[in-house]
Design a protein around this ligand. Structure first.
Ligand SMILES: CC(C)(COP(=O)(O)OP(=O)(O)OC[C@H]1O[C@@H](n2cnc3c(N)ncnc32)[C@H](O)[C@@H]1OP(=O)(O)O)[C@@H](O)C(=O)NCCC(=O)NCCS
Length: 191
């Protein structure tokens, strides 16, 4: 699920940031400032799941806890006798549903993708695709564009798959590395 960023997401966002961009100059203040500037278009992707409290005991206890993690798709499916076994056996009544932040996007309403990152363990699940699709639905948008490090081949492959093309280069944009400017023109259906 995609929803707007809230300040309680900050710690998770900072972890994703440091894992995604080891040289990132963004800190907590940067993200809060970006939220101030782009309150509607700083979005996070959340996974709603329900956890039992952290297991700290034996491997079997840990395995049991792992096994009891709720699959949100199945949470309300009835058991063999019509009982909601998932709800009975899996819901943690102390902690309730917990949101896990899997990624974020920040873009301006005129189509500049300021930053996008997905948690390393959740890549190639089309999360960034969903973010971009959402951004591209912004009314009256004629194009979306971003800067990408010349060495960031993964991101370039992603943008290429999304129909972006390289339209320019900014020498030493990142200090000692060039930025490629990539963009995709949006064709809106006439109504
Ligand atoms: C770039 C990034 C945001 C992509 O996120 P993602 O959720 O994994 O991307 P998606 O799953 O939506 O990828 C869609 C398609 O793009 C292509 N793609 C995405 N990442 C790719 C990679 N590392 N290598 C090759 N192709 C890739 C694939 O065709 C993929 O479809 P497939 O998995 O069905 O083959 C993510 O790798 C990331 O956070 N990287 C670090 C931060 C970063 O570089 N951000 C961009 C800065 S401009």
């Amino acid at each position: 699920m995609i929803r707007p960023f809230s300040s309680s997401d900050l710690d998770s966002i900072l972890k994703i940031e440091s894992q995604s961009f080891p040289k990132s100059p963004y800190n907590g203040a940067t993200f809060l400032n970006l939220h101030y500037l782009y309150p509607e278009t700083f979005l996070v992707y959340v996974n709603l799941s329900t956890f039992l409290p952290e297991a700290s005991g034996s491997p079997s206890t840990r395995a049991q806890t792992e096994g009891l993690r709720v699959d949100p798709e199945r949470r309300f499916s009835p058991g063999p006798e019509g009982r909601n076994l998932d709800a009975v056996e899996r819901v943690d009544i102390n902690n309730g549903p917990k949101e896990e932040i899997l990624g974020y996007i920040i873009f301006s309403r005129d189509g500049h993708i300021i930053s996008i990152a997905v948690h390393p363990q959740h890549r190639r699940k089309h999360i960034a695709t969903k973010f971009l699709q959402k951004a591209m639905k912004t009314p009256h948008l004629k194009k979306v564009w971003a800067e990408v490090r010349r060495s960031n081949h993964g991101a370039q492959a992603f943008y290429s798959k999304m129909g972006f093309q390289i339209t320019g280069v900014v020498p030493n944009y990142y200090g000692n590395e060039d930025a490629l400017i990539i963009e995709r023109t949006l064709v809106k259906k006439l109504s």
